[in-house]
Structures are given as structure tokens and as C-alpha cells.
Design a protein around this ligand. Structure first.
Ligand SMILES: Cc1ncc(COP(=O)(O)O)c(C=O)c1O
Length: 470
């Protein structure tokens, strides 16, 4: 490297760090009023001033209602992502908005240094609805996962009498539990973990759905294992459903080896899969359930860990918490969000609409057997997996074309399109979504002249060594 050049670059970096002007309160130069800006201006603005930690489909949401989205130009779209299942109740549900507005005018935050008059009501409601003794409230999903992991470790030290710093958590290949260091330490995804090490110690991995491998790990290290963390249906991996009987077998093994069964239902729960919890598909009761996303009705981040006293009371005052966890605004919104799920029978709705959607998708698969490798899902938690050897473009390109046809879906990995619309969506809207996918494959794909990407050499997962998504 040219050493003069390197020195100049270092100097420039240093100067920009120390001398960068701040303009607190002042309108940025060239700033535009977002409400009057075009989609492209807003996308440019975000690209310039926000970290590039996402690769969004280029559509700007400026208004939403139910399953419908409008961009700043007034174009209408149908939402087939639901903010990764955070908007199960539909955008801006009137009952949830009412609860938000009424509570916002009364009291928004007490912190749990004091009591407030909404959190206890929410705690009672949530625990009785799901049949657990207690709740520990947090905000984002990743914080819920962190909480569950800390709780499991603490339980291990208090109840299983682990030696100091020896607690182990087992998680699954292909899992996704959020973006904090603890959550990525559980994960198997090169993009999520590469460059962020060292990861948390005290962790073992097992193939999702492989009960024999799980028992082997429990047999070998059970004395030090606090919990088994898993998604009953893996969302980010591409709606991966475990083999029948897996959840029951996990329950039995966790009981046999006295290991906490920790279900991350942040995405799969709250009616998304056609049951209140995806664990209900096999009628199992995990020792801990983590909820998030739709618990806040798509309005405000609310997450929660549910457990019985035997586990929950292992944490003492001062050992864990969050300034905003259990705040009255979030509690009021969460109560309304649960009411809507119950009153509008969203679990049942998701179950039967999911059947309808898959019927449309199976037809598409029959028409395009070369492209569509698999259609899978439970309730309105669905994915279409394309055959990467036959498809000339990526799943992201398919989503771009669907967007042009008014349907907003997001790929997961290179070959999977996830279809998870709000549970309030209508049969006709589901048909519109399916038709868009059909038309993309029939009409757009032949014109998409992108050279087929050379098959990148499979990069094995840094953690488990497998080519998970190959
Ligand atoms: C299963 C699961 N757990 C945890 C998270 C993290 O939630 P959040 O993004 O609210 O931190 C997600 C988010 O997609 C998820 O799908």
C-alpha cells in the first residue's frame, strides 16, 4: 500500500471524526419535508443518512389500513409480509389505535421504579390467556430472547446447581432469534455472525427437527444444559416446519433431562400459524414462551417471556429489566392487540385462509413445476421455494416484479419468497396476491434477461459447517 496515501486517508478519517459540524435543531442543508417528497427522494435520503443494514424492496410506505399500503404517490399495494408478522391484526386496527390514543393522553411511562395502572392488568391478561404463572415484559423480540436466555441460565445455577459460568444453551441450525450479541450467538447464519465475534460461550448447536441428535447432546451434556431454544416453525430460515411429532418429542426429552424447553414464538405465535402458538399444533406446553411482534399490534414494540414461578422467581429485583418494559402505553396497546386476536378469531381465520392460499400456490406449482420446488406453510405462515438451478433470477427479483404488480413480499435467502399477509386479509386479496405471483412467473420471467448467476460455491455455516440453504 502507498504509505503517503494511507497516511492521508488516516488523517482524513481522524479530521472527520473530530471536526464534523453538528447542527442540533437546524434543518439539514437541502433537507426536504418528507410528506411532500417522492418515493425516490425518500429512498435517496435514507440511503445517505441511515446505515445500510437492510436491503429493502424499493417501496415507501406512507399510509396503511388493514392489508393495504399506499406510497407517497398514492399507489396502492397489498401487504404480504406484515412487517415480519408484527402486523397480524392488520395495519392501524381501529381498536388498537383507540387504545393507543386514549392511553397516550393519560400516561405513557412510569418505568418500573414505580407501579402503573396498566401493566398489572396486561400481565394478568397475558398469563391467563396462555396459561403461565408470570410474565417478564420487554420491548423488542431480541430483548425477549435475551431475557429468556438469562432466565434459563439463572434457573440452571439456582435449581440445577451448575458450577459457576458453566451453563449451556442448545439452539438449532438455521434458527433466527434477533440481532443482539446473545441472539446471534445462538444463530447459524454467516451474514449475521461474520465480523461480530467473539460470540457468547456456553452454547451447542443441533439440527432442527433431529430428535436423535438432540437426545445425544442432552445425554452427553445434560447436567450443564439450562435450556433448549427453538422456533416451533423457523421463520427467517424460510418457514421450515419440523417433522410431525418433533415438538412432542422435544417436550419429552426436556422433561426427562430437566432442561427448559424455550419456544421462541415471536414470529410463529399469536395466531400466525393458524393456532395461538405454533407449539399448539402438537399440544405441547413449553417451559418458556417468548412473544413479541404482533403483541404490540404493529404499533409499538412489546415483547414478553412467559414462565411459571419455579423459573421466573429465580430472577430477583435488580437482576434484569428495561426502562420501557411494561410501560403503560405498550401495556394498553398489547391488551387491545390480544383482544383483537381473540375477538376476531384470527387463529381460526389464519388456519382456513392459509388453506385457501396454499391451494392457489399448489396450482401455481403445478403450472410451473420447473421453477417451484416447494410450497409449504401453516395458516398464513407460508413460503414458496424456487429451484435455484432452474430459476434464472433470485427470489429478490421475483419480489421486485411482484411489487410492480401491487404485491409486497420479501425474500428469505436466495430462493424463497415468504408469504405472510395480515391475518385480516380477505379471500379476494389472497387471490390477487397469488395471481401476481402467477403472472410474474408466466409473463415477467421470460423477459427477465438477467444472466443466471453463476452458482456461487456453497459457503458452509461458520458454526455448524453445513450448507443450510443450499
Ligand atoms: C423468531 C424470531 N425471534 C426473534 C426475532 C427478533 O425480533 P426483533 O426484530 O423484534 O428484535 C425475530 C425477528 O424477526 C424472529 O423472527
Amino acid at each position: 500500500m502507498n504509505s503517503m496515501g494511507a497516511t492521508r486517508r488516516n488523517l482524513h478519517c481522524l479530521l472527520s471524526r473530530v471536526c464534523r459540524k453538528r447542527s442540533y435543531g437546524a434543518q439539514p442543508q437541502g433537507g426536504t419535508s418528507p410528506s411532500s417528497s417522492s418515493s425516490q427522494q425518500l429512498i435517496n435520503l435514507e440511503y445517505e443518512y441511515s446505515a445500510h443494514n437492510y436491503h429493502p424492496v424499493p417501496i415507501v410506505f406512507s399510509q396503511a389500513k388493514g392489508s393495504s399500503i399506499w406510497d407517497p404517490e398514492g399507489n396502492k399495494y397489498l401487504d404480504f409480509l406484515s412487517a415480519y408478522s408484527a402486523v397480524n391484526q392488520g395495519h392501524c386496527h381501529p381498536k388498537i389505535m383507540k387504545a393507543l390514543q386514549e392511553q397516550a393522553e393519560k400516561l405513557t411511562l412510569s418505568s418500573r421504579a414505580f407501579y402503573n395502572d396498566k401493566f398489572p392488568v396486561f400481565a394478568e391478561r397475558l398469563t391467563s390467556m396462555f396459561g403461565y404463572d408470570m410474565v417478564l415484559p420487554m420491548n423488542t423480540g431480541a430483548e425477549g430472547v435475551e431475557t429468556a436466555l438469562k432466565l434459563a441460565r439463572k434457573w440452571g445455577y439456582v435449581k440445577k446447581k451448575f458450577s459457576i459460568d458453566e451453563a449451556i444453551i442448545v439452539s438449532c441450525c438455521g434458527c433466527f432469534h434477533g440481532r443482539t450479541l446473545a441472539a446471534i450467538s445462538m444463530s447459524c447464519d454467516n451474514e449475521a455472525i461474520r465480523g461480530f465475534g467473539p460470540l457468547l460461550p456456553g452454547h451447542l448447536k443441533v439440527d432442527f427437527g433431529d430428535i436423535t441428535a438432540l437426545e445425544k447432546i442432552f445425554k452427553e451434556s445434560g447436567d450443564q444444559i439450562a435450556g433448549f431454544l427453538f422456533e416451533p416453525i423457523q421463520g427467517e430460515a424460510g418457514v421450515i416446519i419440523p417433522p410431525d411429532g418433533y415438538l412432542k418429542a422435544v417436550r419429552d426429552l426436556c422433561s426427562k433431562y430437566n432442561i427448559l424447553m424455550i419456544a421462541d414464538e415471536i414470529q410463529s405465535g399469536l395466531a400466525r400459524s393458524g393456532r395461538m402458538l405454533a407449539s399448539d399444533w402438537e399440544e405441547v406446553r413449553p417451559d418458556m414462551v417468548i412473544l413479541g411482534k404482533a403483541l404490540g399490534g404493529g404499533v409499538i414494540p412489546v415483547s414478553a417471556v412467559l414462565a411459571d414461578k419455579e423459573v421466573m422467581l429465580c430472577i430477583q429485583p435488580g437482576e434484569h429489566g428495561s426502562t420501557f418494559g411494561g410501560n403503560p402505553l405498550a401495556s394498553a396497546v398489547a391488551i387491545a392487540s390480544l383482544d383483537v386476536i381473540r375477538d376476531e378469531k384470527l387463529a381460526e381465520r389464519s388456519a382456513h385462509l392459509g388453506e385457501e392460499l396454499r391451494q392457489h400456490l399448489f396450482k401455481i406449482q403445478q403450472q410451473f413445476p420447473n421453477y417451484v420446488k416447494e410450497v409449504r406453510g401453516r395458516g398464513l405462515f407460508n413460503a414458496v421455494e424456487f429451484d435455484k438451478t432452474a430459476l434464472p433470477v433470485s427470489a429478490y427479483d421475483i419480489c421486485l416484479k411482484m411489487k410492480e404488480r401491487g404485491i409486497l413480499a420479501k425474500p428469505t435467502h436466495d430462493t424463497i419468497v415468504r408469504l405472510t399477509p395480515p391475518l385480516s386479509i380477505s379471500s379476494n386479496e389472497l387471490q390477487e396476491g397469488s395471481k401476481a405471483l402467477h403472472d410474474v412467473l408466466e409473463l415477467d420471467l421470460p423477459k427477465m434477461r438477467k444472466p443466471k448467476p453463476a452458482d456461487a460455491p456453497a459457503t458452509p455455516c461458520h458454526r455448524c459447517g453445513r450448507n443450510l440453504y443450499g
